[in-house]
Design a binder for this molecule. Structure first.
Ligand code: ADP
Ligand code: ASP
Ligand code: MG
Length: 408
């Protein structure tokens, strides 16, 4: 008998038919003699709808109340799934984050999991129930509801799998696994059979939203091997695990794209020291996540610094930087550019293969696509392009590394 944790995302429980499909799948696992726990998301579109309602009421809804509201999406779907299972003749019990013992800390709408005390869930499993837990939510020690950031049910599932020491953790979604690029953008993208935590993390944090980046970080930290699969078929998916030497044979294993990027440049900086600290502290105090950073000093001695960030942070970044401009010198000024996107190539093989950057930039140049800011890590190269060029850029780079042909 194995203990299996399966996560089903919003599209997998998006209609009553799909909820019944998940119920049948869980019952199959149970009938094979296993203990089965599902962690599920709100029905697709529900979380967005709730956010929309909140903003209809007011511009900046208090985050505590947003968490209270958003957590209801998952509460609906767990109850409906348990009803579907019961209707098929099996015992099922739903658990909110609090009932499942998920203890959180940190900020509202992006809470972090501190610990999980899964006593009630384990009892229900021992008593032969199919257990259905709400993803995306937990409570602080004093009982305040937190949600875990968009896509946070992935994190709930991985953390739950670690807490109950599951034998298997499967993340079910609407595609067959993790592909060499988003299959909605690159039609000949291929499913990758095994990925390392590092590669999955770099892909997720550079736009491949098939997994929430924080959930992958958690899996890596606690050694939770997981598989991404399709809830509508039985095809094998993508296993995400520790790196193996075989993964290094290819330089690039995936291409990620991230839309809605903006650039802010502070130029004419004459403040002699610590200007980077002044700028970054101002942005960090405003809780803005800066992505790429480029700094240089012009021949006239004036410095300039550019950053990229999500479009949604642009207004707040401008406001935060305007306040510190006087500290950066009399000629310091702010320029912004919206309408950018980011393309990244990822692969652990990059450590041992040369010429990866040359291939990326040559293929983009051959296609007449202009690139902007560049950032790299040991296993990733990213560049900004105009938003309108991003899909073509993804296809060009994908084919330059023959990702449509090789068995990744
Ligand atoms: P869920 O509702 O199951 O959490 P998501 O919408 O969060 O599903 O994630 C699945 C989607 O991720 C796919 O439909 C696909 O369009 C997108 N996606 C982006 N990059 C990739 C990739 N590299 N491989 C697979 N899917 C990807
Ligand atoms: N329902 C939440 C969201 O839409 C969590 C999730 O789907 O993972 O972000
Ligand atoms: Mg998701």
């Amino acid at each position: 008998m194995a203990l299996i944790v399966q996560k089903y995302g919003g599209s997998s429980v998006g209609t009553i038919d799909r909820i019944r499909n998940v119920a049948r799948r869980l019952i199959e696992v149970k009938k094979e003699g296993n203990k089965i726990m599902a962690v599920i998301s709100a029905m697709s579109g529900v979380t967005d709808k709730l956010i929309g309602l909140a903003h209809e009421v007011m511009d900046n809804p208090p985050e505590r109340e947003l968490d209270m509201l958003l957590a209801t999406g998952e509460q609906q779907s767990i109850a409906l799934l348990c009803m579907a299972i019961t209707d098929m003749g099996y015992k099922a019990m739903s658990f909110t984050g609090q009932q499942a013992g998920v203890c959180t800390y940190g900020s509202h709408t992006r809470g972090r999991i501190h610990s999980i005390e899964p006593k009630r869930v384990l009892e229900a499993l021992d008593n032969d129930y199919i257990v259905v837990c709400a993803g995306f939510q937990g409570v602080t020690v004093d009982g305040t509801i937190h949600t875990l950031g968009r896509g946070g049910s992935d994190l709930s599932a991985i953390a739950m799998a670690a807490a109950v020491r599951a034998d298997l953790c499967q993340i079910f979604t609407d595609v067959d696994g993790v592909y060499t690029c988003d299959p909605r953008v690159v039609k000949d993208a291929r499913k990758i059979s095994v990925l390392s935590y590092e590669e999955m993390l770099e892909m997720a944090s550079s736009g491949s939203k098939v997994m929430q980046a924080r959930s992958v970080e958690f899996a890596k930290k606690f050694g939770v091997v997981f598989e991404v699969r399709n809830s509508m078929n039985n095809n094998p998916g993508t296993i995400v695990q520790e790196e193996t030497s075989a993964m290094e044979s290819l330089a690039v294993r995936g291409v990620s794209i991230e839309r809605n990027q903006a650039r802010v440049t502070v130029s004419g900086i004459t403040a002699p020291v610590a200007y980077t600290a002044i700028i970054l502290s101002a942005l960090s105090d405003a809780e803005i996540n800066v992505d790429m950073i480029v700094a240089n000093t012009a021949h006239d001695g004036q410095a300039r610094q550019s950053f990229t960030m999500n479009m949604s942070d642009l207004g707040a970044a401008q406001a935060a930087l305007k306040k510190v401009l006087p500290q950066l010198g009399e000629s310091a000024r702010l320029e912004t550019e919206a309408g950018l996107a980011k393309l990244s190539v990822v692969g652990v093989g990059m450590r041992s293969h040369t010429g990866v950057a040359a291939t990326v930039f040559q293929s983009l140049a051959d296609a007449g696509i202009a690139t902007g800011m560049i950032a790299t890590s040991e296993i990733r190269i990213s560049t900004t392009v105009e938003a309108g060029d991003i899909e073509q850029a993804a296809r060009v780079v994908h084919s330059a590394f023959h990702l449509d042909q090789v068995n990744a």
